[in-house]
Design a protein around this ligand. Sequence first.
Ligand code: FES
Ligand code: FES
Length: 166
Amino acid sequence: MTEAFRDRIDIALTVNGEPVEARVPAGRHLIDFLRLDLGLTGAHASCEHGVCGACTIRVDGESVRGCLMLAAQADGADVWTVEGLSDTGAVRDLQQAFVERNALQCGFCTPGMLVAAEELLSRGTVPSRTEIREHLSGNYCRCTGYEAIVDAVEGVAIARAGKGAA
Ligand code: FES
Ligand code: FES
């Protein structure tokens, strides 16, 4: 096997603030690395084609489809899953709002929704309902309809803006 066709790649990255080193199959998708190798099952794998958004994670500050990125491509990256964002409290208000608004039923889409919504709200502005819908348009929910989800995200945006102004 030549250097150009190595079937395993050594990677070193940060996951939820912790340094991680691993040797991964070259074709291992990042979502599978997180779920199967690291046991971080918060981000879900569903369509595995970049369509449903269930696998949404944060890589170097941006929402990314974990099923469209190879683990090898995350070498040197700063990766956050919903577990890490929960532990730091970054999405606590969003989680509470989802519960209060009944913005989930089976919850399968919820981790991806939270990560995507947090990306939008981290811009520090209060998005319109249209902007919230557009931002979450790549995250499919088969249970709830989207009204309650948009309600929850809008409510948190307004609450965060109120705190910031106080
Ligand atoms: S599993 Fe990645 S977008 Fe559906
Ligand atoms: S709550 Fe079930 S898929 Fe969204």
